[in-house]
Structures are given as C-alpha cells and as structure tokens.
Design a protein around this ligand. Structure first.
Ligand code: CTP
Ligand code: CA
Length: 221
C-alpha cells in the first residue's frame, strides 16, 4: 500500500494534530465559530501516518472524515479541545497545532433559545485557553511543536512573535487574505520560520504537499 511506498522516517513518533474550528456555544441554538475546514490538519495527520507515525487527531466541530488508521478525538469547544490535547500531550513526541481555535467564547446565555427583542444586541466574550501556548511552554526536550499563524498583514513579523510566545520549533505563517490560501481551501501559501531563525517563503501548493514539506523541515532541524 501507500504506507509501504513512503519513507518510514517518522516511525516511532507519536503525533498529535489539532484541526478544524472550535464552536463556542451561546444560547440553546446558536454558537460562535469560523470557516476552518480541517484540511491542513488532515493533511498533517495522513502524512505522519504514511511516514510511520502513530497519529492522534483532535478534531473540532465539522472536521471531515479521516482514515480509520488515525485515532480520532472529536471535540466541540476550545475548552474541550484543550482538555483532550492536554491529556494526550505527555505521550506525544510531536504536536501539530492547526486548529482555528476561537480566541474568545461568548458568555453563555443559557440552554434556552434567546428570543429577539430590541434593535441591538450586545454579547460579551471571555478569552479561551491558548492550547499551543500552554502546551508549547510545557514541552519537554524530547518533544517538538509545530504551530500555525493565520495572518492578513505583517506576516513575517507576527510569525516570529508567535514562534517565541508559544515556544514552538516551527511556525507556519498562513496568508489568509490571499485567494486560494487559508480557510477551507485545497491549497496554501505559507512562510515557515524555525527556532534557529531559518525562514522561507513557499509558493502556493496543495495542503498535503505543504504538510509533507513541513515534516521534512522538522526532521532536519
Ligand atoms: N491556538 C491555540 N489555542 C488558541 C488560539 C490559537 O492552540 N486558543 C494556536 C493555533 O492552532 C495556531 C496558533 O495558536 O497554531 C496561532 O493561532 P493564531 O490565531 O494565528 O494566533 P493567536 O495566538 O491566537 O493570535 P491572534 O489570533 O490574535 O493573531
Ligand atoms: Ca487566534
């Protein structure tokens, strides 16, 4: 099969991937979320499996089908995604954080349906836990962390800030303003920065190819 035809250069690795959007409940019938499709994360999960790794995928709401060889953990909210990731992390050698985690969650109205009234509605939000930052800063010497950065402006500057703040080995900067790149697309235009300060801009490429090359980069770090 395909796995037998792939280099087994990730054999013995245990890889955790977060992917897709989180969904933060507001009332009984409504939530706050984003258009992430989970495609980039699915590409990492499949690439790692093909290369011999054991793979755990922590899937946000609406993440698509994944091959059954990948252990799937379905979650809804940022809080649930953090719980799942935190409990797996100690047994993982590589974490890939591709999920579009909501930075804020609405303060819940409750389980009943909110009934409309006035012309305006104000909803308050509170910060969610930064999963990558928390686990990145708790990483052991034998663990590696790949994060993403969704940016519309000042990509290189923001990516370097995120590399440091999140204690990542690699940050993949994602131009989400560019056509064919970012949320819900089959392709991605990225820049890559690593902890040694090496940096490259990559041309638009299919997400499976981006994932494969990011792992190549990590294995050579
Ligand atoms: N991330 C996370 N948990 C969060 C927010 C982000 O794990 N609560 C991860 C994402 O999966 C991604 C990285 O952090 O790998 C960067 O996410 P991004 O949204 O680009 O950056 P933020 O740090 O959230 O900052 P901002 O949205 O303000 O740019
Ligand atoms: Ca964010």
């Amino acid at each position: 099969g395909l796995r037998a035809m792939s280099p087994q250069d990730m054999a013995g690795q245990t890889v955790m991937v977060t992917l897709g959007p989180t969904r933060e409940k507001w009332d009984g019938v409504r939530f706050w979320s984003n258009p992430s499709s989970g495609t980039m994360g699915a590409s990492f999960a499949i690439a790692a499996w093909l290369r011999g790794a054991e793979v755990h995928a922590i899937c946000g709401a609406g993440t698509p089908w994944l091959p059954g060889v990948i252990t799937r953990h379905d979650v809804i909210s940022a809080a649930e995604m953090y719980q799942a990731a935190d409990s797996l992390w100690k047994d993982m050698s590589i974490g890939v954080f591709t999920a579009a985690v909501a930075d804020y969650a609405p303060i819940p109205f409750g389980d009943s349906k909110f009934k409309k009234g006035g012309d305006d509605l104000t909803v308050s939000f509170t910060r969610t836990v930064d999963i990558l930052k928390t686990l990145g800063n708790a990483k052991r010497d034998d663990q590696r962390v790949i994060g993403f950065a969704a940016e519309t402006d000042n990509i290189h500057e923001n990516v370097k800030k995120k590399l440091a703040a999140k204690n990542a080995d690699i940050i993949v900067g994602n131009n989400v303003a560019k056509a064919g790149s970012g949320f819900g697309t089959a392709t991605n235009e990225v820049c890559i920065v690593d902890r040694n300060g090496r940096q490259e801009d990559w041309p638009l490429a299919p997400k499976p190819e981006v994932a494969w090359r990011v792992f190549d980069w990590l294995l050579q770090l």
